[in-house]
Ligand binder design. Sequence first.
Ligand SMILES: C[S@@+](CC[C@H](N)C(=O)[O-])C[C@H]1O[C@@H](n2cnc3c(N)ncnc32)[C@H](O)[C@@H]1O
Length: 255
Amino acid sequence: MAGSPRGGGVMAGLDLRHGDCLDLLRDIPDASVDCILTDPPYASGGISLRERQQRTQTKYKLGNVKKVYPEFFGDAKDQRGWMAWAQLWLAQCWRVARDGAPLLIFSDWRQLPTMTDAIQAAGWSWLGIMAWDKRSSRPQKGRFRQQCEFVIFASKGPLSLVHDRCLPGCFAHCVDRDKLHLTAKPVPLLKELLEVAAPGCTVLDPFMGAGSTGQACLETGRSFIGMELSRPYYEISRRRLEPLAQHYIMEADHA
Ligand SMILES: C[S@@+](CC[C@H](N)C(=O)[O-])C[C@H]1O[C@@H](n2cnc3c(N)ncnc32)[C@H](O)[C@@H]1O
């Protein structure tokens, strides 16, 4: 495994970098990435700044879950700070994306309007929203459950079409009971989202957390560039993804 310039490692099909994505993205060449699929910190979990500034364990842990997860970064910004910051990294993502590349970003209901504004402010063309039905959520007496999260779909200029199949607009997947990150996204959901990008392409996730997007990429024959600021989550991603990358290199050698 060769070291990358700012802390991280590169294997065939897998490039993991530890640090702040705003720094790390500067090392990625212009127009070199085919798809961006990411799940940034929502800085949500409440309306007031005090609620947002709680520990991520407190905000995102469900009462019946015993496992203790590492804290993660970037989740305590107020609304204006979060939007200004989102425009910075979204503009870097726009620079590194090829023309026609799709952008897929997770959001909750509170941050959906702000994130669609930030995406467009950074130069992306907004194409739509898909719903992710999590099949469960906190029950709230007298109120509707917030059972869905959302995936914002955009592209760098007109979307490059990689096939002529019609893709769904709603997805139903449970959160994995053995998830490796407090807010991990299900790998089968990520694989469905990757259908908008060609097999063999390069996918970037600047907020990889525990590497769920990386697993979905490697298992579907796509290359993955992942970035993560938290050392514990970066290490979790390495332990999860490096054996997978090795496995797929060996399979390719035997094919
Ligand atoms: C919502 S989580 C991603 C979870 C991931 N989708 C998974 O399934 O494991 C967002 C991650 O972004 C990381 N993060 C926050 N700010 C960052 C930054 N400036 N650069 C890189 N990573 C950052 C957090 O530490 C957190 O692990």
